[in-house]
Design a protein around this ligand. Structure first.
Ligand code: DUC
Ligand code: ZN
Ligand code: ZN
Length: 457
């Protein structure tokens, strides 16, 4: 199909311009003023903003957590993502502990995702064990288009010690790759959990108390010292707070290459949510936890200063029945929140419309930066001739309210329940396919696996 999108405002990382966009098949073939339609179908997008398809570099679909599996798999999760304007998700495939290879983990994730996705998808690879065989497999991963990895400083099933952390970061750096790292101090968190249990403190309001900001900042600090020694670039994923942010800034001042990601829940929610009555706090249990107002303010300022490179979701959804697995013990509540459907609309409503960030900065953190970091630019992350025709038509005049009653997730709860949205996703093109029209999904399961190149940021 050929489409001519007329009269819209095309947003990039550095400007917004009234331009027409001509799509032919899977590609954007021309962007300019007063383009001729020829035999293309003309779509009038007057008054709308055209963003490159949003990229979510941090999702967990069909993931086993705390003895249960996320409510959303690749089928329901990528439907919700596409409805929210996300045309590429990068999920975390994972090696299993106990002598398993990276290849086994990758095959497992392909089986979960292939043929089921409504938006394009790719994988980071979580490394949980390091030996000669794993080391040799890094090149296989790169050959398969996996150029970013994930390491955990917490969780028994995933944690890597400082010795392996150093070796892995060094190897990845030598290969032109990097890792995103979940930073929390596992040992002190365990001790704080023991104290809480001994004192009979078993409700969700204890969750943020046993995973304090200091123990995230300590892990960020340790990670960055190790990365410096390994001479390797690194990314701090889901950065939540001011103290941890200061560690990132200090390392940068010392000349280190450090990237940072945050998520809407850390920008928009406060830790008082954990004290909601009737086990209501369980909905918000995620790690690291939701922090305080001063942390939110710090993260918004960091976005405005362009010191945080991406806003992803850490999508990892559970039903209330699943959350109730921790009814008598908050440490058994499966951690994670849904988010892929409203990342863009929340950022526009609470970031751009309030003047905290510009729409160009929104384009940077949702499109351009993740495309460059994860090696898919300018195929993805840009509206330019030659790019994939992944286009979000955002209507700044639309209003709605987030509700579990109407969302597309396979869950009965939404951490942003009741949040007003002052914009809507009107249309989404996925590689030239008009897949969302008037906010409704009209084409499904067209997503394909995207092999990625190396970082360009
Ligand atoms: N944190 C969560 O809350 N869920 C999934 C993984 C993670 O790091
Ligand atoms: Zn994490
Ligand atoms: Zn995560």
């Amino acid at each position: 199909m050929k489409y001519l999108l007329k009269n819209g405002t095309v947003v990039s990382g550095d400007k917004s311009e009234k331009l027409d966009v001509l799509v032919d098949g899977e590609k954007i073939v021309n962007v300019g003023k007063d383009l001729e339609a020829g035999d293309a179908e003309v779509i009038d997008v007057e008054g709308k903003l055209l963003f490159p398809g949003f990229i979510d570099g941090h999702t967990h679909f069909d993931l086993e957590v705390a003895g249960t599996v996320t409510a959303d798999d690749f089928e329901t999760g990528t439907r919700a993502a596409l409805l929210g304007g996300t045309t590429l998700v990068i999920d975390y495939a994972s090696q299993d502990k106990g002598g398993h290879t990276l290849k086994e983990g990758l095959d497992k994730w392909h089986k979960k995702a292939d043929g089921k996705c409504s938006c394009d998808y790719s994988f980071h690879m979580s490394i949980v064990e390091w030996n000669d065989e794993t080391e040799a497999e890094v090149q296989d991963m790169i050959d398969h288009g996996i150029t970013s990895f994930k390491l955990y400083m917490t969780y028994p099933a995933m944690i890597v010690n400082d010795c392996d952390m150093y070796k892995i970061l060094k190897k990845l750096g030598e290969c032109g790759c990097f890792a995103g790292v979940h930073c929390e101090n596992a040992g002190v968190i365990d001790a704080l959990i023991s104290e809480a249990k001994k004192e009979g403190r078993l409700g969700p309001e204890n969750h943020p108390l046993v995973r304090p900001d200091t123990m995230e900042a300590e892990a960020v600090h340790r990670l960055l010292v190790i990365a410096k020694e390994a001479n390797a670039p690194v990314m701090v994923v889901h950065l939540t707070n001011k103290k941890a942010y200061e560690e990132v800034m200090n390392a940068r001042k010392n000349g280190q290459e450090v990237y940072a990601e945050t998520c809407p829940q850390y920008l928009l929610l406060e830790d008082s949510v954990y004290s909601k009555p009737d086990f209501g706090g369980a909905v918000y249990v995620c790690a690291p936890p939701i922090r305080k107002k001063e942390d939110q303010d710090c993260l918004w300022k960091a976005l405005a200063d362009e010191e945080i490179q991406t806003v992803a979701t850490d999508q990892c959804s559970f039903t209330l029945a699943q959350k109730a697995l921790g009814k008598d013990d908050f440490t058994k509540i499966p951690g994670g929140l849904p988010g892929v459907q409203t990342r863009g609309t929340l950022l526009y409503t609470y970031g751009v419309k309030t003047g905290k960030i510009t729409q160009e900065q929104m384009c940077k953190v949702l499109c351009e930066n993740p495309a460059k970091l994860y090696g898919v630019y300018p195929n993805k992350g840009a509206i330019t001739a030659g790019s994939d025709a992944d286009i979000v038509v955002l209507d700044p005049a639309k209003e709605s309210v987030i509700s579990a009653a109407t969302h597309a997730y396979n869950t009965d709860n939404n951490p942003f329940e009741g949040f007003k949205l002052e914009c809507g996703i009107d249309k989404v093109f996925l590689r030239g396919n008009l897949a969302v029209e008037e906010g409704k999904l009209v084409k499904e399961k067209l997503g394909k696996y995207i092999a990625r190149g190396k970082k360009q940021l």
